[in-house]
Design a protein around this ligand. Structure first.
Ligand SMILES: Cc1cc2nc3c(=O)[nH]c(=O)nc-3n(C[C@H](O)[C@H](O)[C@H](O)COP(=O)(O)O)c2cc1C
Length: 220
């Protein structure tokens, strides 16, 4: 085990942060996430785990107000897209192929100071795994990875007292078109608006609707 254990938060703090967060409907458009905080949230995306560590994703941060305005009509008219401090489109990589695995293996060799040859058996396991999937299954698999990053981003934000609204209420094809994602080899997967809640957002006071522990957790 590493000697440099971080300072962990308490169970009470963790639960308080998870209770504090909610899917914000109305952001305060005047409040911006400080760049130091935003940098940490970007790190939370980069540090997200994925199957084999393949990271079949890219995170597009939409800072241009005109583009944000354009996206509203492709987001079921949801104002969070323009009012939030930051808007992230979590995109999946399309067409993950053997070349992509080779690129990942090269990166692993570089970071871990080993050789590509030593990693060849691992590369083969990954390629076999991917080659068993149809293109549709591959997209569905990549999208599942993207959702892990979404979860990590939202929880990280909650720990920092930063609000978020995860959003599936958008038209992926239209996002791809407006943002030029297809040419870049990506497809919009899910969106997250981030910033600070407007004190007038009534949703902040709504009780959380969750099933009971007995209904949701079964010990076998
Ligand atoms: C993947 C995903 C997509 C969602 N899409 C939207 C959305 O488009 N607009 C919205 O206002 N809320 C959206 N939500 C928020 C959910 O409605 C909300 O998380 C859920 O009702 C639980 O409430 P809470 O997050 O406030 O605890 C989404 C949540 C998730 C996880």
């Amino acid at each position: 085990m590493s000697e440099n254990q971080p300072q962990f938060i308490s169970t009470e703090q963790l639960l308080a942060h998870l209770q504090w967060r909610y899917a914000v409907k109305k952001f305060d458009p005047t409040r911006k996430i400080a760049s130091a905080d935003w940098h940490v949230l970007e790190q939370s995306l980069i540090l997200s785990p994925s199957s084999f560590g393949l990271q079949p994703w890219k995170f597009f941060v939409i800072n241009t107000p005109e583009i944000r305005k354009q996206l509203v009509e492709h987001s079921w008219g949801q104002a969070q897209v323009v009012d939030a401090s930051h808007l992230v489109v979590l995109a999946l990589k399309t067409g993950v192929d053997e070349a992509y695995v080779d690129q990942f293996i090269a990166r692993t060799a570089e970071v871990r100071q080993t050789s590509v040859e030593d990693l060849a058996p691992y590369a083969k396991v990954i390629k076999d795994f991917l080659n068993r999937m149809s293109p549709e299954d591959l997209s569905a698999w990549a999208l599942r990875q993207v959702y892990i990053a979404l979860g990590q981003l939202m929880t990280s934000a909650a720990h920092l007292g930063i609000d978020a609204c995860p959003m599936e209420g958008f038209v992926p094809d239209q996002y791809d078109q407006v943002l030029g994602l297809t040419e870049k080899g990506y497809a919009a997967g899910v969106v997250c608006a981030m910033g600070y809640r407007d004190p007038a957002d009534p949703y902040a006071d709504y009780a959380k609707v969750r099933y009971t522990q007995d209904q949701m957790i079964e010990v076998l």
